[in-house]
Ligand binder design. Structure first.
Ligand code: HEC
Length: 191
């Protein structure tokens, strides 16, 4: 028997949260509820991605982990998605063109980017569009990310750079420094 993955624990928590908001008309889901759900989805998804990436880097090296990420980033990011919830990472300087911002994302991106530029703290945001509620949260570059998103020729090993260039010929996601705004989470709740 396989052990129950720790992934299921947050899943159980937020399916409980969700069932409370799929009640018939009259039930109110506040902005705070969406923030809470968004945060718990992001935390669980980030843990999943980080654990998978850390073991891929240990077992296959940075270049092998790039290949792994190319094949698995999308399915892993969507592990907790459902009919009503989609989970995505978007970035202005993207590696995978499917992660390019749409016009609404671009507005939020500019808000985060200019807050960062003026040294303000970045607060996650709720944006409502027709029957979709979007929750955005900034993603900052951490020291462990530099092996694939840091300075070319210094942080990124040559073998990894070669694979990145062949899988993503239009890659814009190199040359970030620790602390930079790397991207943002977008959790969309359909009502
Ligand atoms: C082993 C290499 C590797 C490491 C380490 C890595 N990434 Fe990535 N990252 C990638 C690849 C490859 C993609 C493109 C995945 C795809 O095709 O969807 C990507 C995509 C992304 C995206 C989606 C937007 C885009 O550019 O397509 C974000 C955001 C991101 N990474 C942030 C991070 C952060 C933050 C860290 C550190 C916590 C990190 N990455 C560590 C390889 C890596």
């Amino acid at each position: 028997m396989k052990k129950i993955s720790p992934l299921f624990i947050p899943l159980i928590i937020f399916s409980a949260l969700l069932s409370s908001c799929s009640q018939p008309a009259g039930s109110i889901t506040t902005e705070e509820d969406y923030r809470r759900m968004g945060d718990s989805i992001i935390k669980a998804t980030f843990d999943t991605l980080r654990n998978a990436l850390t073991s891929a880097m240990q077992n296959k090296g940075v270049a092998g982990a790039v290949q792994y990420c190319n094949e698995n980033a999308y399915p892993l990011t969507a592990t907790l998605a459902s009919e009503k919830i989609s989970i995505k990472r978007v970035a202005e300087r993207y590696r995978n063109p499917q992660n390019a911002p749409d016009s609404m994302d671009a507005i939020q991106w500019d808000i985060f980017a200019s807050a960062k530029k003026s040294g303000d703290s970045l607060r996650s945001a709720i944006v409502t569009e027709k029957n979709i509620i979007r929750y955005y949260k900034p993603i900052f570059l951490q020291p462990t990310c530099t092996a694939c998103h840091g300075a070319s020729g210094r942080d990124i090993p040559q073998a990894a750079a070669t694979i990145i260039d062949s899988l993503y010929p239009h890659d814009k996601a190199k040359d970030f420094a620790v602390g930079d705004l790397r991207g943002m989470w977008k959790i969309s709740f359909r009502q």
